[in-house]
Design a binder for this molecule. Structure first.
Ligand code: ADP
Ligand code: ADP
Length: 226
């Protein structure tokens, strides 16, 4: 049960920008949850605060009932995939995938086996010895996903992971990601500014505006005509 609960979660940046305004929200276990809203509304800040990459200035985050508000990113059982993938350019695909396992002090043999297996699962088996610069955009996206999966996190956080793909690849990646999420049963929070993407992929959607959640519901509820 990896539900995520926010209680009055707030983030005010030094300098005074109020990026998150006392958010209350529960993302259910195994749910694919989209955060939708215009640039600057606070989507990335919310994701980064969930991941522990930003410190909350108020309120709390619970994951599976545990208060993680003060925990460092590595102790939250969360994996994040960034818009630019953030792959390590000097490492091969296999090394990139194995890296989080190395941080977790998994032994060398087991790391290598796990990296090969995860690469295989994502259709990157033949590309394991390449470096990120030698991959297409879609392949880089899969490598970033493989790196996120390797530790079997309970929660996936995606920051516009499809926005650097061309239109055809994006449609393909949508289907693929959705299928993978279902198979793994991982609770997923997915940031996008693309309404069609949220509609196609999410179980529920939160519409953000100026650091607040304006509306939370299923795609039908959120996009129902008034
Ligand atoms: P989104 O992801 O929806 O585009 P962000 O979370 O990036 O929104 O930004 C929300 C607000 O916080 C914006 O006003 C932005 O300028 C501000 N902001 C984001 N990051 C920082 C930062 N590191 N320092 C100060 N202000 C920031
Ligand atoms: P996104 O596309 O996710 O909204 P942005 O392009 O707004 O990201 O921001 C890119 C980076 O700059 C992020 O790390 C964000 O935290 C930081 N940032 C955004 N707005 C500000 C700001 N007003 N002051 C300082 N840093 C900011």
């Amino acid at each position: 049960m990896a539900d995520i609960t926010l209680n009055r979660l707030a983030k005010v940046y030094p300098g005074g920008v109020r990026a998150l305004s006392d958010l209350d929200l529960t993302v259910r276990d195994g749910e694919f949850f989209a955060l939708l809203g215009p640039s600057g509304c606070g989507k990335s800040t919310l994701l980064r605060t969930l991941a522990g990459l930003e410190e909350a200035t108020g309120g709390s985050v619970h994951i599976a009932g545990q208060d993680v508000t003060a925990l460092p990113p590595g102790d939250r059982d969360i994996a994040m995939v960034f818009q630019d993938y953030a792959l390590f350019p000097h490492m091969t695909v296999h090394e990139n995938i194995a890296y989080p396992l190395k941080i977790k002090k998994v032994g060398k043999g087991e790391r290598a086996a796990k990296a090969r297996e995860t690469a295989e699962e994502l259709g990157l088996g033949h590309l394991g010895e390449r470096r990120p610069a030698q991959l297409s955009g879609g392949q880089q996206q899969r490598a970033a996903l493989a790196r996120a999966m390797a530790c079997h996190p309970r929660v996936f956080l995606f920051d516009e992971p499809l926005s650097n793909l061309d239109a055809r690849m994006r449609l393909e990646a949508r289907t693929f990601l959705k299928k993978l999420q279902r198979e793994l049963g991982v609770t997923t929070v997915f940031v996008t500014h693309d309404q069609a993407e949220a509609l196609a992929m999410a179980d529920r959607i939160a519409v953000m505006e100026s650091g607040e959640l304006r509306q939370v519901g299923t795609p039908t509820e959120v996009f129902r005509r008034p």
